[in-house]
Design a binder for this molecule. Sequence first.
Ligand code: FHN
Length: 474
Amino acid sequence: MKYSIFVTLLVLTSLMAVQCTEQNSGQENEMELTQEEILNESEEAFDQRMEWWRDATFGMFIHWGPYAVPAGVYNGKNIEGIGEWIMDRAEIPVEEYEQYARQFNPVKYDAEEWVKTAKDAGMKYIIITSKHHDGFGLWDSEVSDYDAVDFAAIQKDLLAELKKACEKHDMKLGFYYSIMDWHHPNAQAPHYPDYNTDEKENPNFDQYVENYLKPQVRELVNKFDPAVLWFDGEWIPEWTHDHGVEMYTMLRQMKPDLIINNRVDVGRQGMQGMNKEGGQFVGDFGTPEQEILESTSDFDWEACMTMNDTWGYKKNDDNWKSAETLIHNLVDVAAKGGNYLLNVGPTAEGLIPQASVERLAAMGDWMAVNGEAIYETERLQSGFKEGESIRYTKKKGQPVYYGFYLEQPGEAINFSSLQPDENSEVHLLGYDKPLEWKFSEDNGLIVHVPEEARNSSAFGPAWTFKVRGSEISR
Ligand code: FHN
């Protein structure tokens, strides 16, 4: 009896020793990346880290905060410019602006509804303002009480609810975080017209960085495990390349697979969004704003754009882009090898404006038929466009090409960059019968478009033709 107890104990002890070794070796394997390893990431490792983001192509940007309370109107006057800048544009003193934060009470907020709206539109990730320039946090920050739980009427962790909804619906979630902060006493003061930052050095900025900005960003990563961090407000003179490298390194050491935009550093060339030539700037993708690159880029990029003229909600901005324009933008961005981050600005009640909901639903209808030509695609080497009405994409890793026609087609369309395999079928996505086609060296592919497809709104505003074959450089 004693012997068998001894043997049992011996076996158990051995098993525990093995388990400890495995755990330790696991920990050794998970040693923190060094800055050297991070800044010299191999192309293969980078491609692997960016893969889901590149495949996703289409995301939702959300600008939401206390600026939705005034919604573009201050003291009875419409304030010019983008809604989330009202504190600056109307020169609202901090104490007065805080009253909007106190009143922030989005009782109609339904995070799951927002995520389903994004998903049904064909969006694969969401980037929401965790803290915009006004300094207000949409989550329960341990670093500050200027947040949705401790300061606002709603007293809810709005990001926690969104995170839960994103997990439920398989939606990647990332956070926008503004380096510029108009609320924190040691940060950048509001850019009132007479406030010339060049003259008024801010001696306390690094205290703000070390004791506030970094702790808040760390908190967002530890609490919510975001897929992307989208920095902004990096243009202030106090923020330097060294700050950017430190921030990028810290974050990638915390979460090696995190994707971080180029506004963490100071290389961005204004609204064009791509980095200046020659500098060793950190950040994983460029950020053209309210514009799409003219052509393509070997550096990843994501065009962020609004549906009307503002990021944050403005009750009187009804200058909405059509669903056709939004779909054409998506096709153009995908053909150029970029991502499209399309913005919604929810109201102070927590509702995505109906005009945005309608456009997203129309995009979803088109994506339901044509999404295969957008997701997991890459740009053609022979050129992303032909004239103004044709764009091309190629399925990643397959000899499958898509030709988009951006206007009502006639009886035949000429895709001069494509050559179908012999005896292969050419299809119009959404149309059940293969199309007649012919190919010549001089003209390339000519596809005949049946009348019922030509005149049906079901296929527009971008008719997508699918070809198995090869591309021709002309
Ligand atoms: O100042 C911000 C602006 O409010 C908005 O957040 C855009 C969206 O990327 N970024 C800055 C302007 O470039």
